[in-house]
Design a protein around this ligand. Structure first.
Ligand code: NAP
Length: 313
C-alpha cells in the first residue's frame, strides 16, 4: 500500500490538532492541513474557563498554541494548504489540495463549522463596518458604545458577557422567550447589569450611513416594529458545518448537514473519520472536540493495522 502519509487530517482546530498529536505519537506518518492559522474557533475565545486542567481563565490563543506545540513535538507535520476535495480509489484516499494531490489510507475531517448569518438587509453591507461575528476580534473597536447581540445560545451569552466588559450598553435580542444556552451561562447573562435582554425580539434590518447606526427590531409576540440606535451588531445564531471537502464522497449526514459517525468517529466510508464541530454531536465543546480527535487517531491506527494485516485481534 503506497501512500504519501498514513493519516491526513483536514483542519487544525482543537479536534484536528489533538488527532494529529495522537496519530503522530502512535508513530503514524501524520500530515495536518490547515488553510488558515492553526487553532480554529479556540483562537477567538477571550477567556476559557471550562477546559479541564486550567482552573484560571485562559486566553484561547494560548491553549491553541499549546495544542499546536504538542502535536509538532510528537512529529506531526502541519502544512498551510486548502483542500478542494477528497476521493477514494480502492483503499486509498486522494486529497486534491493547493499543494498537489496527496494520498493516505485514512483521513480525519476536522473542518469545523462557520457562523450563520441573519440574512437581513444591511448585514452584508455593514459587515466589517459594525456588523461582526466575533466579539473578541471586533468588540474593542466599540468600547463604551451601544451594541446589539443577536442570538440565544452559548455563543451569544458568552460573547455578550465579553462585550459587557467593554460597555454598559449591550442589548441582547433573542427570538424566543428563554435562552437555549446552558443554565449557568444563561443565568450569568441575565444577572449582568450591563446586558439588557429583550425576549421575543428579532433584528429585521441594519441601518446606517457608511457604518452601523441602528437596527430595526420586531417584537414578534406583539407584531410591533421599532428602531434602536446601536453602533455595532454582533451575530451569534449558530453555525453551518463545513463539509465541502467530502462533497465527492457519499458521506452520511444528519438533517442539519453534520457528518454522522459511529463511536469510533468513523463515517459510513471505511477509513474516513469526522471529529469536532463538523460532526453530529450533542455537545460542542473544546474538550469534546479534543476527545473526538484522540478517538479518531486511535481508530485510524487500528484501521491501518487491519489493512496491513497486522491488527491485534
Ligand atoms: P446554537 O446553540 O445553535 O444557538 C443558536 C441560537 O441562535 C439559538 O438560540 C437560536 O434560537 C438562535 N437562532 C438561530 N437561527 C436564528 C435566526 N435566523 N434568527 C435569530 N436567532 C436565531 O449555536 P451557538 O450558540 O453558536 O453554539 C454552537 C455550539 O457551540 C453549541 O453546541 C454550544 O453549546 C457550543 N458553544 C459552547 C460554549 C461554551 O460552553 N461556553 C460557547 C460557545 C458555543 P432558538 O433557541 O430559538 O433556536
Amino acid at each position: 500500500m503506497e501512500a504519501d502519509r498514513d493519516v491526513i487530517i483536514i483542519g487544525a482546530g482543537a479536534a484536528g490538532l489533538t488527532a494529529a498529536q495522537y496519530a503522530a505519537r502512535a508513530n503514524l506518518n501524520t500530515l495536518l492541513l490547515e488553510e488558515l492559522a492553526p487553532g480554529g474557533q479556540c483562537l477567538i475565545i477571550d477567556n476559557l474557563e471550562n477546559y479541564p486542567g486550567f482552573p484560571d481563565p485562559l486566553p484561547g490563543i494560548e491553549l491553541s498554541q499549546k495544542f499546536e506545540e504538542q502535536a509538532r513535538n510528537f512529529g506531526a507535520e502541519i502544512l498551510t494548504s486548502s483542500v478542494q476535495s477528497v476521493s477514494k480509489h480502492g483503499k486509498l484516499f486522494t486529497l486534491d489540495t493547493d499543494s498537489g494531490p496527496l494520498t493516505a489510507p485514512t483521513v480525519i475531517v476536522a473542518t469545523g463549522a462557520k457562523h450563520k448569518k441573519l440574512g437581513i438587509p444591511g448585514e452584508e453591507q455593514f459587515s466589517g463596518r459594525g456588523v461582526s461575528y466575533c466579539a473578541t476580534c471586533d468588540g474593542p473597536f466599540f468600547k463604551g458604545k451601544r451594541m446589539l447581540v443577536a442570538g440565544g445560545g452559548d455563543a451569544a451569552c458568552d460573547e455578550a458577557m465579553f462585550l459587557a466588559k467593554l460597555t454598559d450598553q449591550v442589548i441582547m435580542v433573542h427570538r424566543r422567550d428563554r435562552f437555549r444556552a446552558q443554565r449557568a451561562l444563561a443565568e450569568r447573562t441575565l444577572k449582568n447589569p450591563n446586558i439588557e435582554v429583550r425576549w421575543n425580539t428579532e433584528a429585521k434590518a441594519i441601518k446606517g450611513d457608511g457604518k452601523v447606526e441602528g437596527v430595526v427590531l420586531l417584537r414578534n409576540d406583539k407584531n410591533e416594529t421599532y428602531e434602536e440606535k446601536v453602533e455595532a451588531v454582533f451575530v451569534f445564531i449558530g453555525s453551518i458545518p463545513q463539509t465541502q471537502v467530502v462533497k465527492n464522497l457519499e458521506v452520511k449526514m444528519d438533517e442539519a448537514g453534520y457528518i454522522v459517525t459511529n463511536q469510533r468517529m468513523e463515517t459510513n466510508i471505511p477509513g474516513l473519520y469526522a471529529v469536532g464541530d463538523v460532526r453530529a454531536t450533542p455537545f460542542r465543546q473544546l474538550v469534546v472536540a479534543a476527545g473526538e480527535g484522540a478517538i479518531a487517531a486511535h481508530a485510524a491506527a487500528q484501521h491501518i493495522d487491519e489493512l496491513k494485516g497486522e491488527a491485534y485481534v
